[in-house]
Design a protein around this ligand. Structure first.
Ligand code: 4AD
Ligand code: MG
Length: 477
């Protein structure tokens, strides 16, 4: 007998065949119809069971959440909503799920409630769809880079360099927290720690990826990154996944081209491979938006938004142009922005980014050439001496989805920058070596993977696109 996943069965529709299917009960009605789902697809398989023919005990064990193996004949369905169904000849209960205590009942649960049941929420339509899209996106990312001559580089998770994220890192230590060894200055003596120095979880694989780009040419990292920033927003996690391509000999223009082509390509991949899940998520989003005031509703559906990104050029705008637009914008003049834009040099907040993308340009935007003093030390200084070759990719509904730059490849300029910022040059000896030996123009960027999943699924809160979100005060599971 053939054992199929429900996805395969629905595709093949081998009517008349005897088949065996495993899955979990979604709904059970009229003591006869079981909607079974095995996670392979958003669609359920209807199983018709004549319980009179079975042991009485069986009926008691079939309820939402129970794991079953159903054996039977595949027939054309008489009912609406599906083409085929199983006429069951045997039902085996792997495990029942007591309806008194099983929390995922066939009704609408709030996303907040489901966050507390994160170990079970993947059994709902919404989360199974989101997680299938997430998986497909991850594959699309590898696919894109592997097909375009990039090598996958594994940046270290534990790092001894804290160059980028000063103050926002999670310490990694095996010292006794109650009585760590102290040095002569009464400070914790990290020479006694596991690695003989202070170490942290990485905030970005970039600096290490740069070293590999300067040997392998085109590399990308794709791994977890960690930030101890206390930001409780719908777009921040303390543990998130980042995709960081780094390319030798690419300047900022080439970097923007790469970012745009890459993001379009993975969006297209999801459109091509997740049709059923996207249709489900689109409908979910529409229902959710109905509860919002008219002016907060999106004028495009989820699939339209994805297609829009694929089909339209990202608008490239310099920081200086953006400041002019923002200074003269209605919300700035009417003092509607929380942070008013008065002068060149202001750091852009997400309200400004979203105004540019959602109200002004109405398309994805790449902002570039930011003031040097609001960006990281490694970005290449422009000839004007005050801006750097930075770029941020801004998306509707999301804000910043990716950020990157052309890197400073000139040793003296980089050393001066490090000095100005009071960073210890000794910490970065290996990074500076890249500028000593065979230095070259190079660029890269980081895409926030969860923000991309948010965009592709229409989920408003980043906690709902990662299996187990890590946020301040929250590390259950
Ligand atoms: O802009 P960021 O901080 O850039 C870097 O870390 C560079 N080293 C990247 C590079 O040039 N290789 O982070 C990159 C992206 C952001 O645009 C955002 O999408 C995402 O990572 N991100 C977060 N996503 C979720 N939670 C957070 N706390 C995030 N912080 C950044
Ligand atoms: Mg950034």
């Amino acid at each position: 007998m053939s054992s199929y996943s429900i996805k395969e069965l629905l595709k093949k529709q081998p009517v008349g065949e005897n088949v065996e299917v495993n899955g979990w009960v979604k709904t059970f009605r009229s003591n006869r119809f079981i909607a079974l789902n095995d996670g392979s697809t958003i669609h359920n398989l209807q199983c018709v069971v004549d319980f009179e023919n079975f042991d009485e005990d069986l009926l008691k064990q079939v309820s939402t959440g129970a794991a079953l193996k159903v054996t039977g004949t595949l027939v054309e369905s008489q009912g609406r909503g599906q083409n085929i169904e199983i006429q069951a000849t045997d039902v085996f209960v792997h495990g029942a799920a007591d309806p008194e205590t099983y929390p995922i009942q066939p009704k609408k649960h709030s996303l907040e409630f489901l966050r507390e049941k994160a170990h079970l929420r993947v059994r709902t339509n919404t989360f199974s769809a989101v997680m299938r899209v997430r998986s497909t996106l991850a594959f699309a990312i590898h696919n894109y880079f592997q097909q375009n001559g990039f090598y996958y580089m594994h940046a270290p998770i534990v790092t001894g360099s804290d160059a980028e994220g000063a103050g926002e890192m999670f310490r990694v230590s095996t010292l006794d927290p109650k009585s760590p060894t102290l040095n002569a200055n009464n400070e914790v003596d990290y020479t006694e720690d596991f690695f003989g120095k202070e170490t942290n979880l990485t905030v970005s694989g970039q600096l290490e990826a740069e070293t590999y780009a300067m040997g392998l040419g085109k590399v990308y990292t794709f791994g977890p990154t960690f930030r101890a920033e206390n930001s409780n927003t719908s777009r921040h996690l303390a543990e998130f996944w980042m995709v960081e391509p780094e390319v030798a000999f690419n300047d900022l223009d080439a970097n923007m081209d790469l970012a745009e082509d890459f993001i379009k390509s993975i969006a297209q991949y999801v459109l091509d491979h997740c049709e059923d899940d996207l249709q489900f998520l689109e409908k979910r989003l529409l229902d959710e938006e109905k509860t919002k005031p008219q002016n907060e509703r999106s004028d495009m559906s989820l699939i339209e938004k994805l297609k829009f990104v694929v089909d339209n050029n990202f608008k490239r705008v310099s920081y200086t142009e953006a400041i002019d637009i923002l200074k003269n914008s209605k919300p700035n003049k009417k003092k509607k922005f929380q942070f008013l834009i008065n002068e060149w040099g202001a750091d852009l907040q997400s309200e400004h980014e979203r105004f540019l993308v959602e109200k002004h340009f109405k398309c994805p935007v790449i902002l570039f050439d930011y003031p040097a003093n609001i960006k990281a030390f490694y970005m290449r200084l422009n000839e004007d001496g005050k801006t750097v070759r930075a770029m941020d990719v801004l998306f509707p509904g999301i804000g910043e989805i990716a950020g990157g730059s052309q890197r400073e490849e000139r040793l003296e300029v980089l050393q001066q920058k490090i000095k100005d910022l009071d960073i210890d040059e000794k910490e970065l000896w290996w990074y500076l070596d890249l500028r000593r030996f065979g230095t070259a123009v190079h660029s890269g960027f980081g895409l926030g993977f969860e923000r991309m999943v948010q965009f592709a699924t229409g989920m408003g809160n980043i906690r709902d696109v990662i299996p187990y979100p890590r946020t301040p005060q929250n590390a259950e599971f």
